[in-house]
Design a protein around this ligand. Structure first.
Ligand code: PLP
Length: 375
């Protein structure tokens, strides 16, 4: 099996599993309990929070643990909107956000909120100027992701944040695709979300940084966990695993990015040499080192995905299946690409355990699949 879908999720690093295991077996206390078991768990959570906050360059008491990137985005968007409803009811998002943000904003329509979607250019880049134009006096929340999950295109977040600050609008940056890959300092924001399973940590654990002086309401009511802003028993092993996974990812980021970029560039070179009618979607320079989003003339991306899957190669398309119907990638569509190119797109995302042999095998399998589909 060849796994080329690291933007969807990454395998748990074995060293991370080792760090987590005691908190799933022997040190199983509830971090809110007042006995020794609880204290041990609580101390592990404190260390994990301090470790992650230090890497993010934020105060520990502004970092809330969540179940992942979706909950982080929902909490920021819905929480800020709810706390600022007297100021206005307008939301600005890039048209290429993950559904974690897009669906959350759609939910807010029921409460009278309006949503403006900012389109990227043809290379998948959202400009600060277009965000500025979308902001209105009643805008209470703006969100643009650090890098897109389909194209890997890195967004000009520093410029966008400057605009939002100047206009007095809360700015959220979904850093799910860049956490552990690029420094958090490249993506300044009032709110930042991440998810551990994208950097070889556990699934079902993530975090949300919220600027200390920003007002937001909680999404999940319950116990007093997370300073009363997110109820629910803390996933101690998740916190420990996420902190160690992030520490390891950041320590090895330069080396891993170089390795992954070399594999990705080699893959693209082989594919465009061996297969005719291939185009790269999204800016070729402003992109994550792991991502190759390619369209194949005369093919259907889904057909390529299934053909590769049959041969043991896991990739992805940007299309989503809802209510039995397949909808095209909202990201590539927003970039203004022709429908034929959108429908024939396949996302290959490389990871630290991939090898050149795997790339060579994938190119052979892909060449055969494309030839058969073009028939
Ligand atoms: N945001 C982005 C950019 C993502 O790629 C993902 C997951 O694919 C999410 C949010 C959702 O994160 P999670 O799976 O932790 O809920």
């Amino acid at each position: 099996m060849i796994y080329l879908d690291h933007a969807a999720t990454t395998p748990l690093d074995k060293d991370v599993l080792k760090k987590m295991t005691p908190y799933l077996t022997t040190t199983y206390g509830n971090a809110s309990s007042q006995h020794a078991f609880g204290r041990e768990a609580a101390n592990a959570v404190i260390s994990a929070r301090d470790g992650i906050a230090k890497i993010m360059g934020v105060p520990s008491n502004c970092l809330y643990f969540t179940s992942g990137g979706t909950e982080a985005g929902n909490t920021a968007l819905k929480g800020v909107c709810a706390a600022n409803r007297n100021k206005g009811k307008h939301i600005v998002l890039s048209a290429i956000e993950h559904p974690a943000l897009l669906s959350a904003a759609e939910d807010m329509r029921a409460y009278g909120y309006e949503l403006t979607l900012v389109k990227p250019d043809g290379q998948g880049v959202v400009s600060a100027d277009s965000v500025n134009k979308a902001i209105r006096p009643d805008t209470v929340f703006a969100g643009v992701m650090s890098a897109n999950n389909e194209t890997g295109v890195i967004q000009p977040i520093k410029d966008i944040y400057s605009v939002c600050k100047e206009r007095g609008v809360f700015f959220y940056c979904d850093c799910v695709q860049t956490a552990g890959v690029l420094p958090f300092a490249h993506f300044p924001a009032d709110g930042v979300g991440f998810s551990a399973h994208k950097f070889y940590g556990p699934k079902g654990f993530g975090g949300l940084y919220m600027r200390p002086d920003c007002r937001f309401e909680r999404l999940i009511s319950g116990g007093k966990q997370e300073r009363g802003l997110r109820g629910g028993t803390t996933y101690v092993a998740g916190a420990v695993g996420a902190a160690y996974a992030l520490e390891k990812a950041v320590a090895n980021a330069e080396e891993n990015n170089k390795k992954v970029a070399a594999l990705r560039d080699y893959f693209i070179k082989c594919v465009v040499t061996e297969i005719e009618g291939v185009s790269l979607n999204g800016d070729s320079y402003r992109r994550l080192s792991s991502n190759a989003n390619l369209s194949f003339d005369g093919c259907d991306g889904e057909q390529i995905l299934f053909a590769l899957d049959l041969k043991g190669v896991a990739v992805s398309t940007g299309s989503a299946c809802s209510a039995g119907a397949v909808t095209s990638s909202h990201v590539l569509t927003a970039m203004g690409l022709p429908e034929s190119r959108v429908k024939s797109a396949v996302r290959f995302t490389f990871g630290k355990y991939n090898t050149q042999e795997e790339v060579d095998q994938t190119v052979v399998i892909l060449k055969e699949a494309v030839a058969r589909i073009r028939g």
